[in-house]
Design a protein around this ligand. Structure first.
Ligand code: SAH
Length: 248
């Protein structure tokens, strides 16, 4: 079981696989006023940076599930580096339908809401693992401004303009689902650059090391087009944030 190979190549050097940076995860961890010992579930945990740093800084314990064997291995290694391997566990697997055996105080899906079939479905899935009074975290893109054409939405990596909402509608949507939005930390353009631009050097280094690989043509073509695509579309039109929700 694995994710598409392009991510395994282009994001192999990322600790965070979305436009958040280390300081944004630190801000979010502090904003949530996490008590030591809080159990945190993370569906689509990537390379584990959120759980590992929160275990180090706030004494939480955590379980992360991710479909990528590479990212899961990196997460376990990071837990060891930060001295929190006894408190965070990383499971390689499909998180669709995953429900924690023991209820958690925080249940998160950060930049992977397709796991629950969209934002609403992911909230429902996370809620099934949550203690009464627990917090749900959703990390999701939104439109900074509505793309005037479908072509621009596609340039941002969306299938269609309707894939995402503008921020006021995104925030209102959580209320419509019966949740209070109790905290919010948004990514910025520098964060988008860290996520997107960091792929370029990784791809270039991979190409230099693997010129004969059957995937090299595809990576070469992406490296040619991605920098201009990013500054033309994603950087201009797409926002991203993590929203903390409490059931009303
Ligand atoms: N939350 C992480 C990773 C976000 S990127 C971070 O903040 O860095 C999305 C992640 O979802 C990737 O690590 C990918 O491997 C994982 N993923 C994709 N589909 C999945 C699925 N069905 N089950 C579990 N993980 C999945």
């Amino acid at each position: 079981m694995d994710i598409s190979r392009i991510f395994t190549i282009s994001e192999s050097n990322h600790r965070i696989h979305n436009p958040f940076t280390e300081d944004k995860y630190a801000t979010l961890g502090a904003a949530l006023r996490l008590e030591p010992g809080t159990r945190v579930l993370d569906l689509g945990s990537g390379s584990g940076e959120m759980l590992c740093t929160w275990a180090r800084d706030h004494g939480i314990s955590g379980i992360g599930i991710d479909m990528s064997p590479l990212f899961t291995e990196q997460a376990r290694r990071r837990a060891g580096e930060l001295g929190v391997a006894d408190r965070v566990e990383f499971i390689h697997g499909d998180a669709a339908g995953y429900i924690a055996e023991e209820k958690v105080g925080v249940a998160a899906c950060i930049g992977a809401t397709w796991i629950g079939g969209g934002v609403g479905g992911s909230i429902d899935l996370l809620a099934r693992s949550l203690c009464v009074g627990g917090i749900i975290l959703i990390g999701e893109p939104f439109w900074l401004r509505l793309p005037p054409t479908e072509e621009i939405a596609k340039g941002c990596g969306a299938q269609s303009v309707s894939d995402f909402l503008v921020l006021p509608d995104r925030v209102a949507s959580f209320g419509d689902l019966g949740y209070d939005v109790v905290e919010m930390v948004l990514a910025d353009r520098d964060g988008w650059d860290r996520y997107e631009a960091a792929k370029w050097l990784t791809m270039r280094r991979w190409l230099d090391a693997n010129p004969g690989d059957e995937f090299a043509r595809e990576v070469r073509s992406l490296l040619r087009s991605e920098p201009v695509r990013h500054v033309t579309y994603t950087r201009e039109y797409l926002g991203w944030g993590v929203f903390a929700l409490l059931a009303r």
